[in-house]
Design a protein around this ligand. Structure first.
Ligand code: CDP
Ligand code: CDP
Length: 226
């Protein structure tokens, strides 16, 4: 029979998780799921409604009222918020600066983690985030913890958005480090490396090198699963 596994990719901002996860999914014929997009969609919606990201009960009940969907699209995953395509808007600076406060909310995390688990029920999923290997999919056959130095991660983000969002490299590095700190220090399912994850430092690796390393690990895990 055709066995499939689940692959969890976690790590700090700008490590290359979503780029690599999308390509690995493509190569394996798997489904890519960007869990950060779900936290971003909740954040965008809360900001639009004028809710303070630090108002826990308000954020929690707002999140519970939303219909968030991830759809495969021509240029990668599309994100629908109550039917509206917010794929681009969830990458705004304002959302990025508020998302870690929203993601520290335990009720929001429970809600989204449950959704994420359901999406992975039938296996053949590559899911990226912060708590996938440690919390959402603890039984994932392959777990990768993808890192890179903070300056390299800031540089990657800068090349991607720096000019468009009018932000300096130094500023971007500070913001990334602050977000990572919040993600690591929160009480509920923080960013951690699962004990059984393979650690990959991509500072000096190309996207292709990271992808082929993960695909080759997945082939080993697939052989073991048979
Ligand atoms: O792409 P980037 O690394 O900038 O961020 P992302 O993956 O879109 O995630 C945005 C934020 O969502 C993170 O900084 C976390 O605060 C939160 N997040 C989380 O808490 N748990 C996840 N599984 C995924 C994202
Ligand atoms: O999802 P995450 O925040 O971990 O990172 P990303 O958005 O996938 O990647 C950030 C940027 O770094 C993208 O523009 C990638 O093309 C670039 N990059 C990479 O992902 N991996 C490398 N080994 C080198 C560059």
């Amino acid at each position: 029979g055709r066995e499939r596994i689940n692959i969890a990719i976690d790590g700090p901002a700008g490590a290359g998780k979503s780029t690599v996860a999308r390509k690995v999914a493509e190569q394996l014929g798997y489904v890519y799921i960007d869990t950060g997009a779900m936290y971003r969609a909740v954040t965008l919606s809360a900001l639009r409604s004028g809710i303070d990201p630090l108002d826990g009960p308000e954020i929690a009940s707002h999140a519970a009222s939303l219909d968030i969907r991830l759809l495969p699209g021509e240029q990668g995953q599309r994100v629908l918020l109550n039917g509206e395509d917010v794929t681009e808007e969830i990458r705004s600076r304002e959302v990025t600066q508020n998302v870690s406060q929203v993601a520290a909310n335990g009720a929001v995390r429970r809600l989204l983690a449950e959704k994420q688990r359901r999406l992975a029920d039938r296996k053949g999923v590559v899911m990226d985030g912060r708590d996938i290997g440690s919390h959402v999919l603890p039984d994932a056959e392959l777990k990768v913890f993808l890192t890179a130095s903070a300056s390299e991660r800031a540089l990657r983000r800068y090349r991607e958005i720096g000019d468009a969002q009018g932000v300096s490299l130094e500023q971007l590095e500070r913001e990334i480090e602050e977000r990572d700190r919040m993600d690591r220090e929160r009480d509920v399912s923080p960013l951690v490396c699962a004990s059984d994850a393979v650690v990959m430092d991509s500072t000096a690796m190309t996207i292709e090198e990271v992808c082929s390393a993960i695909v080759s690990l997945s082939r080993t895990k697939l052989a073991e699963a048979k």
